[in-house]
Design a protein around this ligand. Structure first.
Ligand code: M6R
Length: 607
């Protein structure tokens, strides 16, 4: 993970670097640091914790350099403290790094044998000493960069400044993302375009293996062999106001409440209201060329794949499998030419998901991605991209992106099902009509759900909790458990309700909170029986079902929440809402940092 920034300008750069680092905090917030260059001297300031700690450091105001680099860290090698914070510098060079240098131990041994002394426990510091060592060889500047890059194994995005190059930053990318920005009398490097957006809307992206030399009035790009490249400059659309919390205390609360609007926007993008049809412009393949779909993602994105698997089985004749990206990338996969691989990722930068995509591309497979960040690496490197149109998601816990991912998957599946004649026109139109009702139903569910705040108290006091469901609701149970554990650090397990008797029932003890998801679908009666089994063993059950005239026939339910009514297919959208709120209020009660939970980051760019 980690976020990096670099600015070369005709004026002091430290405050602009700090501002950009604040935008990069979603990538890591264990520590932060900055280095600038003035009069041939590299000055470095680093702090543990948030960028606001760095900003308060009194040494920052003495940084008057016109060239500088900055970093926010998500620790991989070495504990999160000031010494391990980036930049790492010698007298002649300073480096910020996002990624992992896999051969750092071997390189360190070699460099120590050459007399280099290491200060930190990080893998990154080897780059500093490696460059310093190569500088002794008096190579031409570009060649020494190439030589250094060729010795590194692993993944990285780098920004490097040199004491004898007063106007210059070197950027390099292998595996981790890196954007270059063009400004008036200044140029930039950043882990993403978002961090550069307040300074420029003109961006280029480095591809894997490429590096660049960024000067105040010139940017040069090179490929893996040092051959000069021409780069396309892309113009970004600006939508800064979306990054604001408004009247909300936390981005997460805002992002939950935004969901009726974000799914409405997404529906508007894909659904032709007049003809009640779904439009996917430029879908690059013929339906007959696809017989199997493989859905791949991590965390919450993986849960959306799990939901989609059910839809594909229900609505199409396609074969389907799903995979966690970190597993897929190292398995012996059967690549077949009629497979369609779909990669789901909010950030579009998740290292494991990107590696899985890269593997499929290298095997000439059909690849599509469902992303939120359309300028991301995953979007750029897949054959076909379907954006979820939900605007920036800042809270580390994914909420509106989850609904967006499910929505785009559902729309895609519906269209495929219709084109393959797996459903007839009437059913297709009926399902599109129900879909158009969804924003209103999500809004009602958000507005009418007001019990959760008080219910959350029981969860915050518990040792652990369980989330149970069957069918589509099982996928949502997993998502509910993930949300609760990542935000409130309460142990939570999602389980198929029918599987409890095969082991996990032993965990149930008096007073343990258990969430049971039982909408009135074909699984309803079975799930209610499983619910009785946990109640009988002392569980405090929060039942989440949908509104119905029929009372739930069951005794001793602790609490019940009824979401709005919709079709079986669309119920996951509504069941998710109370679970998002449960996680939010539990973390709020515990006083935790809701938008930046411990040990996590929004964009996971290490494997
Ligand atoms: O950006 P991505 O969708 O690829 O991220 C995948 C996961 O890291 C992410 O969904 C993570 O599980 C969230 N923190 C869950 O809320």
């Amino acid at each position: 993970m980690c976020g990096i920034i670099g600015i070369t300008s005709n004026k002091p750069v430290s405050s602009a670097i700090i501002n950009s680092l604040k935008k990069l905090e979603y990538r890591g917030y264990d520590s932060a640091g900055i280095a600038t260059l003035s009069d041939g001297f590299i000055n470095e300031v680093k702090s543990e914790g948030r960028v606001e700690n760095l900003e308060k450091n009194t040494n920052i105001k003495n940084m008057i350099g016109h060239v500088g680099i900055g970093h926010v860290r998500w620790a991989t090698h070495g504990i999160p403290n000031t010494i391990n914070a980036h930049p790492h510098s010698s007298e002649s060079v300073s480096v910020v790094h996002n990624g992992i240098i896999e051969n750092s131990t071997t390189l360190k041994k070699y460099l120590v044998s050459k007399g280099h002394k290491f200060k930190s426990q990080t893998d990154t510091e080897v780059i500093v000493h490696l460059i310093t060592e190569l500088q002794k060889e008096k190579n031409d500047f570009k060649n020494s960069i190439l030589k250094m890059l060729n010795q590194l194994e692993g993944s990285f995005a780098l920004a490097i400044i040199f004491n004898d190059q007063p106007d210059l930053i070197v950027g390099a990318r292998r595996g981790s993302p890196l954007a270059v920005g063009y400004g008036p009398n200044e140029n930039y490097l950043g882990s993403d375009s978002y961090s550069l957006k307040s300074m420029t809307n003109k961006i280029s992206y480095l591809n894997d293996g490429e590096f660049c030399i960024v000067k105040r009035n010139q940017i040069e790009f090179f490929d893996v062999n040092g051959i000069k490249l021409n780069k396309k400059i892309l113009k970004l659309s600006s939508n800064e106001q979306n990054y604001d919390k408004g009247d909300y205390k936390h981005f997460m609360a805002k992002e939950i409440d935004e969901q009726p609007i974000t799914i409405q926007n997404c529906i508007r993008e894909y659904i032709d209201n007049i003809n009640n049809d779904i439009n996917f412009y430029n879908f690059p393949w013929k339906m007959n060329d696809i017989s199997s779909v493989i859905l791949i993602g991590c965390g919450t994105a993986y849960h959306s794949c799990l939901v989609a698997k059910h839809w594909i089985e229900e609505l199409t004749s396609l074969d389907v499998s799903i995979d966690i990206a970190s597993e897929f990338r190292y398995r012996k996969n059967r690549f077949k030419k009629d497979n369609l691989y779909i990669f789901v990722s909010q950030s579009g930068e998740t290292a494991d998901t990107y590696a899985a995509l890269d593997l499929c591309n290298k095997n000439n497979m059909k690849t599509a991605s469902i992303v939120n960040v359309i300028e991301s690496s995953i979007a750029r490197d897949s054959n076909f991209v379907l954006p979820i149109h939900c605007g920036p998601e800042i809270g580390v816990a994914s909420t509106k992106a989850f609904l967006g991912q499910m929505l785009v998957l559902y729309i895609l599946i519906l269209k495929i099902s219709y084109l393959k004649k797996d459903i007839n026109k009437n059913l297709y139109i009926e399902k599109i009509k129900s879909l158009k009702e969804l924003p209103k139903l999500v809004e009602k569910t958000i507005l009418t759900e007001n019990k959760i705040q008080s219910i959350s108290g029981t969860f915050t006091e518990a040792k652990g909790s369980m989330f149970l469901g069957r069918g589509l609701s099982y996928s949502i149970a997993l998502e509910g458990a993930l949300k609760l554990k990542e935000l409130s650090y309460i142990h939570a397990e999602g389980y198929p309700a029918g599987e409890m008797k095969h082991g996990p029932l032993a965990l149930i003890e008096d007073g343990m909170p258990v969430v049971v998801l039982a909408p009135r679908d074909d699984y309803y009666k079975k799930t209610i029986s499983n619910m009785q089994e946990v109640i009988a063993r002392g569980a405090k059950v929060l039942l989440i079902t949908n509104k119905s005239k029929e009372e739930v026939v069951s005794e001793n339910i602790w609490e019940k929440i009824e979401v709005e009514n919709t079709s079986y297919d669309l119920m996951p959208f509504l069941l998710t809402i109370p679970l998002q709120k449960l996680a939010y209020y539990s973390a709020l009660k515990k006083g935790y940092d809701i938008d930046k939970p411990r040990n996590l980051a929004k964009s996971v760019t290490v494997e």
